[in-house]
Design a protein around this ligand. Structure first.
Ligand SMILES: C[S@@+](CC[C@H](N)C(=O)[O-])C[C@H]1O[C@@H](n2cnc3c(N)ncnc32)[C@H](O)[C@@H]1O
Length: 320
């Protein structure tokens, strides 16, 4: 019952084409009032069972984090932030149980409680992701909408100029998307391919469900790492953002390169001219090959040539 109410309405309100309002929807409040008797007994039972309460708070935290990152792909939640979100959800559930226990309950009581909760969640988002992920729409503060797409496997292979027969295995697709289209297509062709993705997906044994910043890339492991519009796009975002976490991305980028076998390649788009240049200048451990996008997806911005622009495919080969 509890889960079906959250699943149906969500804890926050999606405003189509605009963003996510960190406030409960009128439908959620109405359901919580209409189902007050069942809510009262379910919440009481839940709060009496520590393990179930923890599990339920974890489910709510997971689904809320998913609604944040599907609203705005640049929102980043590390494991420690998810733990913090779980604590906030746990406190929401216990406060809700207390409210129902007090007797008569009004829409205003519920709105107040959910708005206080939304404030705490907003503070967490501010602390972890900065002010840029928010915007004011009609005097309301909401999460800015920055959606992201997933692409057909053949489109990704063409764009990244990858010939399946030349792929060195095992292959890792970093930020493979909830559908893991490329990973599945490669496996169908007999390639030992894995994916890494933070979005919830159907349980698949060959997908690492993780945030790439929390993931440990084992040295010398991968024949090829592919990342289309994923890791490098986010690295770029943090590079240009005033309060970006570019140092964490730079460290991870080097860890990813070290996780290649000698002779292995990291193939990605968009390119990362600011760090590839440093790689090339600092010795011959890596070779960087840049290829223009064909056909060009984006016109280079003013003053950008191929080397100033990020709109190219990079193939970084580990030489030793
Ligand atoms: C634009 S989509 C591209 C998906 C896929 N590579 C494709 O081309 O179809 C970017 C993907 O990276 C994932 N992603 C973003 N940040 C991530 C992170 N920190 N850890 C793991 N995956 C992440 C997103 O969830 C999304 O599925």
């Amino acid at each position: 019952m509890l889960l079906s109410i959250w699943n149906q309405h969500g804890l926050f309100t999606l405003i189509p084409d605009k963003g996510l309002l960190l406030a409960p929807s009128p439908e959620l409040i109405q359901s919580l009032i209409e189902e007050r008797e069942r809510m009262r007994s379910e919440l009481k039972a839940l709060c009496a069972d520590e393990e179930r309460l923890e599990d339920h708070a974890a489910d709510l935290a997971r689904s809320s984090a998913d609604s944040f990152i599907t609203t705005n792909q640049y929102i980043n939640f590390r494991q420690r932030d998810i733990r913090q979100l779980e604590r906030l959800m746990r406190s929401l559930l216990t406060q809700l149980a207390q409210l129902y226990e007090q007797g008569e309950i009004t829409p205003h009581d519920l709105e107040q409680l959910f708005n206080q909760h939304a404030l705490r969640v907003s503070r967490l988002l501010l602390e972890t992701n900065g002010v840029q992920v928010f915007q004011l729409v009609d005097h309301q503060l909401m999460l800015r909408r920055v959606p992201c797409a997933e692409y057909e496997a053949s489109f990704q292979l063409d764009l990244l100029r990858i010939k399946v027969d030349d792929l060195r295995e095992p292959v890792l697709d970093l930020g493979c998307g909830a559908q893991a289209m490329l990973v599945r297509a490669l496996r169908e062709q007999g390639i030992e391919a894995y994916g890494l993705e933070r979005l919830e997906q159907i349980d698949r044994p060959f997908i690492y469900a993780a945030n790439w910043l929390d993931f440990h890339f084992v040295p010398d492991k991968w024949g090829t790492i592919i990342s289309n519009m994923a890791f490098s796009n986010h690295f770029w975002h943090h590079h240009i953002r005033k309060d970006g976490d570019y140092a964490a991305y730079a460290q991870k980028y080097m860890e990813i390169l070290r996780s290649l076998q000698v002779g292995g390649c990291f193939i990605y788009a968009p390119g990362l001219p600011f760090i590839e240049g440093i790689l090339e200048e600092s010795g011959d451990s890596y070779t960087v090959i840049r290829r223009e996008l064909d056909p060009p997806l984006f016109e280079p911005e003013e003053g950008e040539g191929l080397h100033g622009s990020r709109w190219y495919v990079a193939r970084v080969r580990r030489n030793r």
